[in-house]
Design a protein around this ligand. Structure first.
Ligand SMILES: Cc1cc2nc3c(=O)[nH]c(=O)nc-3n(C[C@H](O)[C@H](O)[C@H](O)COP(=O)(O)O)c2cc1C
Length: 202
């Protein structure tokens, strides 16, 4: 697939078929993720592949709790009604998921590019996630990022080292829809994509 076709085809997917994700597809996507740029070549990304039904159930419970809390924050009645119709995860339906963590212990006594801003480690992980997402898209699969989670509880659930900070959970499978080649939130009339990027020239 052409790079630009892939970029524009990638969607945050919450609706999947029951198709399995072949191991070769997963490994290729993880390899692509690992080819991402990282600040000072820190490679801070950590991936935990989730296949266990029990673990998915626990993650779903965390999602449900955070989503109920999110609902309380919506003051507009119409918005609230619309939000309640949304499916914002596919944790239990997808054959597998990947919990993404950023390992801050990769910061050594001089990690190039981190002076005054260690959040660059997390940005590096976001670059890896985008590579993962594009690779899955190119292979005919898809992913949906779940961030509606209490991250400290999520980290406890996985019993990760203290230095690992969560970036969320990717639900991975075969997309059942492309939402009409637009973001689901646009299709559902929550928000529209801007026509052009904001750019200034100086
Ligand atoms: C960091 C991050 C966290 C996100 N968290 C969620 C989420 O918890 N649930 C959800 O349904 N979508 C989530 N999304 C997906 C966005 O809503 C989606 O990317 C956006 O609406 C644009 O749609 P598209 O990715 O299909 O282009 C997240 C995306 C990013 C980048």
């Amino acid at each position: 697939m052409d790079l630009y076709d892939c970029i524009y085809k990638r969607r945050d997917t919450r609706h999947f078929t029951e198709a399995e994700v072949p191991e070769a597809v997963l490994l290729k996507a993880l390899d692509a993720a690992h080819a991402a740029p990282s600040v000072g070549l820190s490679e801070p990304w950590r991936f935990v592949v989730v296949q266990s039904t029990a673990r998915k159930k626990e993650i779903k419970a965390l999602f449900n709790a955070s989503n109920e809390q999110a609902k309380l924050g919506i003051t507009d009645k119409n918005q609230s009604t619309l939000y309640n119709t949304f499916k914002l995860e596919a944790i239990e339906e997808t054959p597998l998921g990947i919990a993404i963590f950023c390992d801050s212990s990769t910061l050594d006594n001089f990690t190039i590019g981190t002076i005054g801003n260690t959040s660059t480690l997390e940005w590096s992980c976001a670059c890896a996630v985008q590579n993962l997402w594009l690779s899955l898209t190119e292979q005919g699969f898809g992913a949906g990022w779940v961030s509606i989670l209490d991250y400290s509880k999520f980290e406890k659930l996985f019993d990760v080292p203290k230095a690992w900070k969560s970036l969320g959970y990717m639900c991975i499978g075969k997309p059942a829809t492309d939402y009409g080649r637009q973001p689901m939130l646009q299709k559902e009339k929550w928000k529209s994509r801007s026509k052009k990027p904001y750019v200034e020239y100086v």
